[in-house]
Design a binder for this molecule. Structure first.
Ligand SMILES: CC(C)(COP(=O)(O)OP(=O)(O)OC[C@H]1O[C@@H](n2cnc3c(N)ncnc32)[C@H](O)[C@@H]1OP(=O)(O)O)[C@@H](O)C(=O)NCCC(=O)NCCS
Length: 358
């Protein structure tokens, strides 16, 4: 039975930056509070749609894999911020890539979406339903941020990351996966205004509502358990892990997970300071940065673990292949903008106030 191996990777980070010092002017917060509680220093705010970022990341991943878009069988976009309620964001991505032979779909497991997408992509390849899958995590979380709610306004950012999964009969590829959900805590991290509910509490309408402490506690426990289970089910031990690439929600959560599974800091990848929490995009952005920084070597055991709204979680172990450098490069990029991150956030806030009639 073939398994999926990662042959391409890439990211798209929007040019407008929102620093903690900008947030100090937009909401009642301080750089010191954000830095010490979350590890975040800045995040990027998108002036384009989720599918635009996804397509740029996809172009880079395809080039890194040395593939033409027409060779892709399935595109999966992991997102909780699609361009529209329907069709899927993936439907908008397909023509932007020219992936005319691909069937496409979105997966919404919020911040766990990328790991859920890896499980689905691996399953498609193992069952021979597909040979080549383009998996993209892309999020425009900024549309859900409310500068009047400092508890969530400082946490999230926008961006996209992508990988190409191809069939492998060798030792490399996905070795084990697991997924979990506790839907009884679905309301602990939620946003409304895009769905069928007609009686929406104003505190969650078109913005994120979060019970931060509930999320924190569950994230540490479930990410630790999921990562340890995936390693065990691959027939390996934590000592065999070369790099853990966790969902980037909060540096303190990541540190606590690493401590729980006895993994030293140097084996844990963290780039949250530069991006904030980009939900389903955080793991593929982190993977791309880790490869560019030379943090992954041929044959390494890489563990991905995620946690998010749902509450959802999941983990995957991957034996890296021979190649750690891209086969090719793409010059795909987003259009320029003359707006700053703060200006883009203010525009979001004005649209929200107008919607509420305030
Ligand atoms: C959000 C989070 C950083 C808050 O940290 P915390 O230590 O639990 O902080 P609390 O919520 O207890 O708030 C402590 C104080 O900071 C204040 N505060 C909250 N947000 C603030 C901000 N952005 N700036 C300044 N102060 C803030 C609170 O009002 C509270 O003040 P009080 O003591 O006067 O009431 C933390 O709960 C967390 O990381 N949770 C998980 C969030 C997450 O990762 N979500 C995505 C999962 S995919």
């Amino acid at each position: 039975m073939p398994r999926a191996t990662i042959t391409g990777w890439g990211k798209c980070v929007p040019p407008a930056v929102l620093r903690n010092s900008d947030l100090e002017k937009l909401t009642d917060t301080t750089d010191e509070w954000i830095t010490t509680r979350t590890g975040i220093k800045e995040r990027h705010i998108s002036h384009v749609e989720t599918s635009d970022m996804a397509a740029v990341a996809g172009h880079h991943a395809l080039a890194a894999a040395g593939l033409d878009a027409t060779e892709i069988d399935v595109i999966i976009v992991a997102t909780c911020t699609p361009d529209r309620l329907l069709p899927s964001a993936a439907s908008f991505v397909q023509p932007k890539l020219g992936a005319v032979n691909a069937g496409v779909m979105d997966i919404n497991a919020v911040c766990s979406g990328f790991v859920y997408g890896m499980v689905v992509g691996n399953g498609l390849i193992a069952s021979r339903a597909a040979d080549k899958v383009l998996l993209i995590g892309s999020e425009k979380m900024s549309v859900l941020l409310d500068m009047d709610d400092r508890s969530t306004a400082v946490l999230f950012g926008d961006g996209a990351g992508a990988i190409v999964l191809e069939a492998s009969d060798g030792p490399d590829g996905v070795l084990s996966t697991n997924l979990g959900t506790d839907g009884t805590l679905a309301h602990a991290l939620t946003a409304s205004g895009f769905g069928t509910e007609d009686d929406v509490p104003p505190e969650i309408d078109h913005k994120i509502y979060m019970n931060g402490r509930e999320i924190y506690r569950n994230a540490v426990v479930e990410m630790g358990k999921a990562a340890a289970k995936a390693v065990e089910e691959a027939g390996l031990s934590i000592d065999d892990v070369d790099l853990l690439i966790p969902h980037q929600a909060n540096s303190r959560i990541i540190d606590a997970v690493a401590r729980r599974i006895n993994l030293p800091d140097e084996k844990v990848y963290m780039n949250i300071a530069s991006y904030g929490n980009t939900s389903a995009a955080s793991i593929p952005i982190a993977l791309t940065d880790a490869l560019e920084e030379g943090r992954i070597a041929s044959g390494d055991l890489v563990v991905f673990v995620a946690f998010g709204s749902g509450l959802t979680w999941g983990a995957a172990t991957v034996r890296w292949g021979e190649r750690t450098t891209p086969l090719g490069t793409s010059d795909a990029r987003l259009p320029d903008t003359d707006k700053t991150g703060a200006e883009l956030m203010l525009a979001v806030q004005e649209r929200r106030r107008a919607r509420r009639g305030g």
